[in-house]
Design a protein around this ligand. Structure first.
Ligand code: MTE
Length: 320
């Protein structure tokens, strides 16, 4: 498999458009300011973050920043100790202990399927090739809890532009690592491992869709999907697949682990929608981790303005 030629970096004009888009959304400015505050550095508009920011959790101002709606960041402690990562265990507070020694280096991501430039990138090559930006996103789990997380990562669109999907490509399929020796939860035969997720191509190209390699100014910890995971903030958290080893462009809609496990409960789209309940519970409200009372869930998790046009004319009850 040949490498993606390194000459194909994101053209500057596209990069600037992206910045303008995010500025309009209030994401780039607010989030970069938070990180600058964390580093005790003045915030320079448009400043690009260094690939690995040398900030330790102790130096971070937990909860000091907000998202563009003014919602406070979830603490580093909560983000890194309350996790869903079924490859380790279904016990949210048990993940961190089991994931402690999980080896995420060396790590390679294979990108292929219906693309002009298939390739394999080591995680170091990914870091070299795609400068990271900071994005503060809300994450709403389908179970009814949510967090506000400052991620470091890059837009999935940058990688897609490099590999160049062919005309037949309609969806992107993501696969997590499969290693039952290292991942005790994969001995649970109830689930059809490996964890698989998918996006429609236009969702994958959307400016909000990112591949994250860090949070709170440091590299991802194993429990959060080290060394690279997807983040799609307007969809339920289960779409944001962790510890990715394979990305394929495909023609058919991928069948995710959740669609296969419980097709009547989990659909392909999984857009956050307070008006469409889970068959076993309401989705109208959520509990923000760190808070006591519940709050209303927002359509598309508060990103309606940015993403609703992706679903024009679609019945969101059928396409749940
Ligand atoms: N990815 C993999 N590979 N395995 C998982 O079990 N859980 C998902 C998602 N990605 C999961 C996964 C769910 S249900 C949620 S809510 C988020 O990861 C949780 O991410 P966090 O633990 O970093 O908050």
């Amino acid at each position: 498999m040949r490498k993606i030629p390194s000459a194909e970096i994101t053209p500057e004009n596209r990069y600037l458009n992206r910045k303008e888009f995010l500025k309009a959304l209030g994401i780039a400015g607010a989030s970069a300011a938070v990180l600058a505050a964390c580093q005790n550095k003045p915030f320079l508009a448009g400043e690009e973050l260094a690939p690995s920011s040398p900030v330790s959790p102790d130096q971070l101002l937990d909860g000091a920043g907000t998202d563009e709606l003014g919602d406070t960041l979830t603490s580093f402690e909560n983000v890194t100790t309350y996790n869903n990562f079924y490859e380790f265990t279904t016990d949210k507070e048990g993940v961190v202990k089991l994931a402690k020694d999980f080896q995420t280096s060396p790590w390679e991501v294979r990108i292929g399927g219906l693309v002009e430039n298939p390739g394999t990138l080591s995680i170091d090559e990914v870091r070299d090739r795609y400068p990271v930006e900071e994005r503060i996103y809300r994450m709403r789990c389908v179970e009814g809890w949510s967090m506000v997380i400052p991620w470091q990562g890059f837009q999935l669109s940058a990688l897609l532009e490099d590999v160049q999907p062919t005309a037949e490509a309609k969806y992107v399929r993501f696969e997590s690592i499969y290693d039952p020796q290292a991942l005790p939860g994969q001995k649970n035969i109830y689930f059809p491992w490996p964890y698989v997720e998918g996006l429609r191509l236009d969702e994958a190209y959307h400016d909000l869709t990112m591949l994250a390699t860090g949070l709170y100014g440091q590299d991802l910890l194993p429990q959060n999907g080290s060394p690279i995971r997807l983040v799609v903030p307007w969809k339920y958290g289960f779409k944001s697949i962790k510890s990715i080893v394979k990305i394929d462009l495909v023609e058919e809609m991928p069948v995710s682990l959740w669609m296969e496990s419980a097709p009547n409960e989990y659909g392909f789209y999984a857009n956050v929608n307070p008006n469409v309940d889970h068959p076993r519970w309401s989705q109208a409200t959520e509990r923000r981790i760190g808070e006591f009372s519940r709050r209303p869930t927002l359509m598309f998790n508060g990103y309606e303005e940015q993403v609703s046009s992706l679903y024009d004319g679609m019945d969101l009850r059928k396409n749940f």
